[in-house]
Write a protein that binds this ligand. Structure first.
Ligand code: TGC
Ligand code: FAD
Length: 390
């Protein structure tokens, strides 16, 4: 039988829709992931360690705050940011998470809502990977409903006094600065809380079975005095933090395609080599149906992501579209990872093969940045005009 002319990981040739510059960004990050990321990720996951030696390399490639113009940032378009996420997550969701948080949840709000001094102080350092950030919105009593946050801040002279806690925070213990969202008499405000401020503590959450190569922690604020210079002046409603989520969710909708591609690639290779009942399992109808279904889901996810990126670059993106894509693409990637794990049989539970690691990671990815139900309800609200959250 002749080999197919189509790329199994890009059946509809989405690649040909990319500009020369976008394809170059993708190829550069892909080489970095093949050479520097994939070789270390299995061990990082097993040891429950973030591979922090990669931060400087990621920064050197211009991948931190890549969409921002100026401030030593690369000023790339939204499609390029998506492709960066896709290639990084082909390596591991943990490294993509690091880049998402730094770029979309920390540098984005400083750039969008910060003062000139805040931008000048933090953005170049963050682009170079010399300062690391985290984003504190979720609280222990329920991440889906951030309007119910308990963390609060009160003015006291020229300072604000911050009390409360945040839970499940990526980069918590390695962050030099945390963007912390708190209720105040003047609305929901964003505070830049710096490492070492008295009363501020970050604690790592250990024993995770998912995103083991990413740092996750809790933040505690006990009468932390935050100077007024550290308050983001440009926002005082929940829309501020929610607008950051739109940026990060956009990147995730792309990122999970990479994880799904890695799983299909592994399942294809395994199915072609694994001989049972006298023939490779790839020659059986049911395995072919399953592989074809993975390719169908990846193809759909790729087109959704590309369309989303083009809308974003045209300034026409709305959050409901991001919700639909985050929901669809995370669901597709998780289902593909679980099925790839099964096609590998017993080998599928071994860290020698990538599907089980991606599968475990994707359990977090489908939960954070809005659970599947939250995104379904956002789309439901758009269709019916009725808010079904309450
Ligand atoms: P609601 O009344 O709907 O909205 C309040 C205001 O915000 C606007 N808005 C948005 N703006 C931009 N982007 C979005 N995604 C937005 N969603 C809403 C909205 O238009 C409104 O504006 P205005 O002018 O009318 O006041 O607010 P609600 O309290 O009813 O909540 C809606 C809901 C449930 C969708 C929202 O609370 C939600 O998205 N919940 C999920 C929370 C979530 O996703 N948390 C993620 C935490 S960060 C994280 O997980 C990082 S993981 C990173 C990693 O490691 O990669
Ligand atoms: P809950 O909100 O308690 O939800 C529990 C269940 O209830 C879910 O199945 C949910 O879908 C369902 N549910 C909720 N509302 C409804 C409804 N109206 N109708 C029906 N069902 C509903 N947060 C940050 O702020 N910053 C970070 O950097 C960050 N990083 C994270 C990293 C990891 C590894 C993880 C796991 C989480 C991270 N999060 C972060 C938190 C994440 O955003 C939350 O876990 C997520 O928003 C869900 O909140 P929750 O875990 O409290 O679940």
């Amino acid at each position: 039988m002749g080999t197919t002319a189509l790329d199994p990981l890009d059946l509809f040739d989405v690649s040909s829709e990319l500009s020369e510059e976008e394809a170059m960004v993708r190829d550069t990050v892909a080489r970095f992931v093949d050479d520097r990321v994939i070789p270390v990720m299995r061990e990082a996951f097993e040891k429950h360690e973030f591979p922090d030696h990669l931060v400087g390399e990621v920064a050197g490639l211009g991948l931190l705050g890549s969409s921002i113009e100026g401030y030593d940032c690369a000023g790339m378009n939204a499609v390029s940011y998506g492709l960066i996420c896709q290639e990084l997550e082909r390596g591991d969701s943990g490294l993509r998470s690091f880049v998402s948080v730094q770029s979309s949840l920390v540098m984005f709000p400083i750039h969008a809502y910060g003062s000139d001094e805040q931008k000048a102080r933090w953005l170049p350092a963050m682009a170079r990977g010399e300062a690391i950030g985290c984003f504190g919105l979720t609280e222990p009593q329920g991440g889906s409903d951030p309007a119910n946050m308990k963390t609060h801040a009160k003015r006291d002279g020229d300072d604000w006094v911050l009390n409360g806690s945040k839970m499940w925070i990526t980069n918590a213990t390695i962050a030099d600065a945390a963007i912390v969202w708190a209720k105040t008499d003047e609305g929901v405000k964003g505070f830049i809380v710096e490492k070492g401020m008295p009363g501020y503590e970050a604690q790592e959450i250990e024993n995770k079975f998912s995103l083991r190569a990413s740092v996750t922690g809790a933040l505690f604020f006990d009468n932390v005095r935050v100077p007024k210079e550290n308050v983001l002046p440009g926002t005082s409603t929940l829309k501020g933090p929610l607008s950051c989520l739109t940026q990060a969710r956009y990147g995730i909708a792309w990122g999970v395609i990479g994880a799904a591609q890695a799983c299909l690639d592994e399942a294809l290779n395994y199915a072609q080599d694994r001989v049972l009942f006298g023939r490779p399992i790839s020659h059986t109808q049911t395995v072919q149906v399953r592989l074809a279904d993975m390719a169908r889901r990846i193809t759909t996810a790729q087109w959704l992501a590309l369309r989303l990126g083009r809308l974003k670059d045209e300034g026409r993106l709305v959050p409901t579209q991001v919700s639909l894509a985050k929901w669809n693409n995370c669901r597709a990637a998780l289902d593909i990872a679980r099925d790839a794990r099964d096609i590998l049989g017993g080998s599928g539970i071994s860290a020698e093969y990538v599907p089980v690691r991606h599968m475990l990671n994707l359990e977090s990815v489908i939960t954070y940045e809005g659970t599947e139900t939250i995104h379904q309800l956002v789309v439901g609200k758009e269709l019916t005009g009725v808010n079904a959250f309450g």
